[in-house]
Design a protein around this ligand. Structure first.
Ligand code: PRX
Length: 662
């Protein structure tokens, strides 16, 4: 990482975005938070006394025993609602089963081939209770870790909730991970049980999950039992004594399984997230605090109403799926659409077709998906009736303003507010986001922090940056759903999050706060480049590129340059109908120069059919950096989704090297 001489930690911001969109009055009228002044009131009272605020939120949920102390802080460790006892599964299901909602759809599932299944809250309660009994019968006790490795089926949700019901700690492993990655996560968490499926369905093919599991389990001594859900009915290897069919065990299980009364700080789950180097970090979340923020943030950010059909297209294998497919929505008694498969199966209009058929009202997805839809072409969207939609959301990466505008225009038909939600696996829930009935939005910013969340943009010494001065994004006060530690490695927890800026949680992101207090994420601090003494967030240069008509997606990295110190290299994916040539290169350079200034003009532009991404869709700039610097990629690649992307880039690299030097 490079530093400027005087203001260490400051990053130059070059992107300026002036468009602003106000929520329409009709939306605001019925929203949970109706105006900016209401938001300001809430925000300031929470800022004055965060503990009082969080206690009032927590009291909206069901506690078997009320807490004695709201929070105990022993930097960098916090405990929330100390002495209280509750259960997340109880709050997500049982509380509804005792009301009229018992016959409301909790989950509407659609398989990739179009199969449908609906579980009402009462039915979900029955399945979860049965599976909780199955886990207990197979020796899982409170505090034991259960690994879950499945595709996006209702059984995945049932398994997660059953763990929460009995106080077992779930460790969901994304269904696309390899045997090595599965084994590593099982071993790190010492999981006793694995819940999986024979296969998963993806893009019209079956993924042989059980084969991967069999390979992984050779190296995982802690696993005693494996429960296999039959999804694809393909032939699989079955190890007697260890492997059991889901349906066999469920057939014998009782429907009666009261939810355990658990200490507020009882561990709820471990979810692994990749560090840029080294082994994955097991992010540990606990019960009462996580519940409080997941439930409350969902209600406010998604403005949920009884009649909504809410769809989050993330995978349950990521934090977004944990907090905003399962816990947040179910705590609020919402109806959740759960989709098993790929966004482009059988064609690129699958999502729009589903929104039309299910009359989805709230849709939450990732910028990477939006950019893929833009690339595929508008005609896939325009042939569908999307008029049921009333609210849109994004998460996972900075959304380039032009991608935001496309989402606004083509999906939201200029009437749906967009909530650009900034948060992390570590934060457990949304931290910065518009409140859709209150906050005027600007394309490309997650706007303002939620009430009770005290974030700032600071220099390395912890002093606040001036408006529009780039710096480190930090959180200055503990919040209930913060990670408690990195499982098994408290030192790494302290080092990663609490040693960069004194007394504050360091997010790893660079950001700037504009004159309205809106926060603009400039990407991971590791992705900052130093050009002629200015530290630039690469995401701004990327957004400038994406604002050109021909560009679908771009990733910008730096490579050492003899003359300039550093040179900017842009990897660019064009929209389907455009061809990459020298003329377009010149045009793109000029375009960036016009949008940002000559300083940000890429030195090389390389055409990329696709960019290397993590399995959750984030661009792996580190690999591109290595490629741009040494033509070779050596670092950790276990989270890379598609290896062939690298090979294609390598071939392209040879070609563009010559052309760029012309
Ligand atoms: O860099 C930020 C980016 O994603 C990181 C967190 O990644 P993960 O733990 O995988 O969680 C993703 C889902 C919550 C952040 O440090 N990020 C996430 N949301 C946004 C974002 N960057 C800009 N804008 C966002 N809305």
């Amino acid at each position: 990482m490079c530093h400027m001489a005087n203001t260490e930690g400051s990053i130059s911001s070059v992107l300026s975005e002036k468009r602003m969109f106000h929520p329409n009055p009709e939306f605001s009228e019925s929203a949970t938070v109706k105006s900016m002044s209401e938001y300001e009131r809430l925000y300031h009272s929470a800022e004055e006394d965060p503990l009082k605020y969080w206690a009032s939120i927590a009291s909206n949920f069901h506690w078997f025993k009320k807490w004695d102390t709201v929070m105990e802080w022993n930097e960098p460790h916090s405990k929330w609602f100390v002495g209280g006892e509750t259960n997340l599964c109880y709050n997500a299901i049982d509380v509804h089963v005792n009301t009229w909602r018992k016959n409301k759809a909790a989950i509407i599932w659609e398989g990739e081939e179009g199969e449908q299944l609906t579980l009402t809250y009462l039915q979900l309660h029955r399945e979860v209770s049965k599976f909780a009994n199955v886990l207990k019968r197979r020796g899982v006790e409170k505090g034991d870790r259960v690994a879950i490795y499945m595709g996006m089926t209702p059984e995945l949700v049932i398994a997660v909730l059953a763990c929460a019901r009995i106080g077992a700690v779930h460790n969901v492993i994304f269904g696309g991970f390899s045997a090595n990655a599965v084994a590593e996560r099982i071993n790190d968490s010492h999981a006793k049980m694995l819940v999986t499926a024979d296969g998963a369905v993806r893009r019209g093919k079956t993924v042989n999950l059980k084969d991967v599991v069999d390979e992984a389990l050779v190296e995982t001594p802690s696993i005693q039992n494996v429960i296999v859900h039959q999804r694809t009915k393909q032939d699989i290897h079955f190890q007697d004594g260890r492997d059991h069919w889901w349906h066999d065990l469920m057939g014998l299980a009782s429907e009666y399984c009261p939810a355990e009364s658990l200490d507020s700080e009882h561990p709820l789950f471990i979810l692994y997230t990749s560090g840029s180097t080294g082994k994955p970090k097991g992010i540990l979340h606990t019960t009462g605090g996580y519940m409080t923020h997941a439930g409350n943030s969902f209600k406010h950010v998604f403005d949920i109403k009884e009649q909504d059909i809410y769809w989050c297209s993330a995978d349950v294998g990521w934090i977004t799926g944990h907090s905003y497919i399962i816990y947040g929505p179910l705590i609020n008694g919402a109806t959740v659409l759960l989709y098993e498969g790929a966004p482009n199966y059988p064609q690129w209009d699958r999502f729009w077709d589903m929104i039309q058929r299910h009359k989805v009202t709230i849709f939450y997805t990732a910028p990477t998906a939006i950019r893929a839809f833009i690339r595929a072409g508008d005609e896939w969207v325009t042939k569908h009736d999307l008029s049921s939609l009333r609210l849109l959301g994004t998460v996972g990466e900075p959304i380039n303003p032009e991608a935001w505008m496309w989402y606004h225009k083509f999906i939201g038909k200029e009437k749906c507010p967009i909530v650009d939600t900034w948060w992390q696996t570590e934060t457990g829930g949304i931290m910065i986001s518009p409140l859709p009935g209150a906050t005027p939005t600007k394309p490309g910013t997650a706007t303002r922090p939620l009430p009770g969340i005290l974030v700032d943009v600071v220099h390395k010494d912890g002093t606040s940056c001036k408006p529009n001065e780039g710096g480190f994004l930090v959180v200055k006060h503990p919040w209930p759903s913060m990670l408690r530690t990195i499982y098994g490695d408290d030192e790494r927890y302290k080092k990663t999050y609490w040693s960069e800026v004194d007394g504050m949680y360091f997010t790893g992101d660079g950001a700037r706060k504009d004159e309205d207090g809106y926060i603009w994420i400039m990407g991971r601090v590791d992705d900052v480049v130093n050009i002629s003494g200015h530290r630039l967030g690469t995401s701004e240069v990327e957004s400038a590129l994406v604002s050109h008509d021909a560009v679908a997606e771009a990733a910008v990295v730096s490579r050492p340059d003899d003359l300039k110190g550093n040179a900017l290299v842009a990897f660019v994916t064009l929209k389907e109908e455009f061809e990459g040539d020298q003329k377009l290169r010149v045009e793109l350079r000029d375009h960036v120069s016009k949008e940002i200034g000559p300083i940000a003009k890429p030195d090389d532009i390389r055409w990329a059919e696709a960019l290397p991404k993590t399995r959750s869709g984030k661009i792996m700039r580190r690999l591109l950096r290595e490629m741009a610097t040494s033509k070779e990629v050596k670092g950790d690649m276990t989270t890379l989704e598609d290896f062939s992307v690298l090979e294609k880039l390598r071939q392209e690299e040879e070609k563009s090297h010559e052309e760029n030097s012309k």
